[in-house]
Ligand binder design. Structure first.
Ligand SMILES: [Mg+2]
Ligand SMILES: [Zn+2]
Length: 203
């Protein structure tokens, strides 16, 4: 990491680039390493409409406008050309997210889906490496036990998403049936026609 750090003093173009970075909201900005959650930092952030403890780049390094916190280094990439990191429209979009894009409840359900799907992936990966019968050190569960538990968790996340209208159960079921109709010819070691009533009719 050391070779990628810019140590102060910084020339004017670096100071300008770092301050652009601070306000671009593309990545997490540099913030105060002091008590940035205290009342003074909060009041300043409210007054200027920015993150609490947002640091300002100066020729001498980072300065907290509220307390005496100073920092004399920055990652070199953060002084780079922002337009080359991400397209400008994306930067613009990220800095002003659509307030109605997702409600807190939708975000929570989406996060649950992501988390449980990832845990299913992890459980399957363990089985591929150690086998379904392998005992999990500590819990005493087998790889299969863990996969069953995580599939159950995922099922609950899917049911919640369906119950709250994020996805439509009918379409999910139709997609499953259609998949069964498409996938059969590509499976070399498995059949699906015995678990789906009539895959061909599904689509
Ligand atoms: Mg889980
Ligand atoms: Zn501070």
């Amino acid at each position: 990491m050391s070779e990628d750090l810019l140590r102060a003093p910084w020339p004017p173009q670096v100071v300008a680039a770092l301050n652009r970075y601070q306000h671009a909201q593309v990545f997490h900005p540099y913030t105060c390493g002091g008590e940035r959650g205290d009342g003074a930092h909060a009041a300043y952030a409210r007054a200027y409409g920015q993150d609490m403890g947002l640091l300002q780049a100066t020729p001498g390094g980072w300065v907290c406008p509220v307390c005496d916190y100073r920092q004399d280094w920055a990652h070199a990439w953060s002084a780079g050309d922002l337009s080359k990191m991400v397209s400008l429209p994306l930067i613009d979009g990220l800095s002003r997210p659509e307030p109605s894009a997702c409600s807190p409840a939708e975000l929570e359900r989406a996060a649950l889906l992501i988390e449980e799907a990832a845990e299913v992936i992890q459980a399957v990966a363990k089985i591929l490496r150690f086998g379904a019968g392998s005992l999990h050190p500590g819990s005493g569960e087998t790889g299969r036990d863990v996969l069953e538990r995580e599939l159950g968790d995922l099922k609950l996340a899917i049911r919640l998403a369906a119950a709250r209208g994020d996805v439509r159960t009918g379409r999910v079921d139709r997609a499953a049936a259609a998949k069964a109709g498409r996938i059969g010819q590509f499976l070399r070691h498995n059949r699906v026609d015995d678990i789906v009533a009539d895959p061909a009719k599904a689509r």
